[in-house]
Design a protein around this ligand. Sequence first.
Ligand code: PLP
Length: 443
Amino acid sequence: KIESDKLNARTQGSKRMFAEAKEHLSGGVASSYQLRDPWPIYIERGSGPKIWDVDGNEMWDFHNGFGAMVQGHAHPAIGRAIAERYPKGTHFGCATEDDIIVADELSSRWGLPKWRFTNSGSESTMDAIRIARAYTGRDTVLKIFGSYHGHHDTVMVSIGVEYDQIGDHYHLASLPYGGGIPQATVDMTYAVPFNDADAMERRIIELEAEGHKPACVIMEAAMMNLGVVLPEPGYLEAVRDITKRHGIVLIFDEVKTGLCIAAGGATEKFGVKPDLVTLAKALGGGLPAGAIGGTEEVMRVVEDHTVYQVGTYSGNPLSMAAARASLQEVLTPEAYAHLAHLNDRIVNGCQAVIDKYDLPGYAVGIGSKGCVTFSDQKVVDYETYKASQRGDLAELAWLYNLNRGIFMTPGREEEWTLSVTHTDEAIDAYVAAFEALARDLTK
Ligand code: PLP
């Protein structure tokens, strides 16, 4: 309550803007994920690792646009690419040379030869699932309990909130995440727990017996929306083996992990290659861009026009210019080394605070991403997340840090995405705020 009142006093400009916004902008925001109680924070500008809200509050940005801005805000190299592209025209509905350059670069980073572009993560996962369905001639989709893959109907199932409403029956549920999702679509999506390859294979065998053999397994190789949950050793290899043996397309949804946890995302980091990969967020360096990459064999259904993978703005020249500059000039091997240094520093700093003040939880990081998981036990999947997660502490930490100029990702997602423009100073500010919270909590 104290921290909440403090934040409300600091954001009176946002409060006024919210009242104005609600008149014609539904709910006062452009996307429901931007809401927070009692009003959203409206941002004025960003530069490098910092952002400023409309009240003039300066914040170190660890939210980074839901993990998209691994390049930092207004990076000069990306600004130059956009400024050079703009006078030459920004949209033709035809391919430009940058499409080819970006596809080549992604192909060498992921070791997957064929690429197409989209405008968002949701489009990427929607198209990847369609490709898998066309390739296999099947309809069923298997996903992971608690995972988010965008806002199209097929994957707005078994995400999480619904489990609260039906008590401990969550493991049986395949419920839609919100209204407007046809039951017929929900009925085609099944879920299994993360980090349990045996459960996945058992479910696949059951589904095969019922005549619902999956077209694909869609999953994040490291989950990024229960905090950060890493794959247990051997899990991804086992999933790769199971999907191969059963003739199921494996899709790694790398909308969050791609370009953020390594140059070639989770695929490079964990050394397990899927049949299809989906990208978005960091790809466009702050402009909307998504991509689907795949093997020759699976992507053939795009090339022979079995699947219409289309979009007016796909491969938008401005987005592709930004993506090209980002890949060639910003997300370099040195940038990944810098991110690794920063992430070690923040993880070790937070873990030292947890140990010193004996807090329930642990720090976890990978690439540019990480979080403090407030929990009495190790979180390995949605079940352990629900059973142990101290959501009250996570919410308090978000508020507490915001009042001290640290902007974290809200909700249950990964708490921080570091950018190449972050410095030791930013990390030390984060850890200092966390230590102040720990001190206040244990007083
Ligand atoms: N896939 C994952 C893993 C995501 O985290 C998200 C968004 O957070 C999406 C897909 C959807 O991306 P977008 O919001 O660009 O549609």
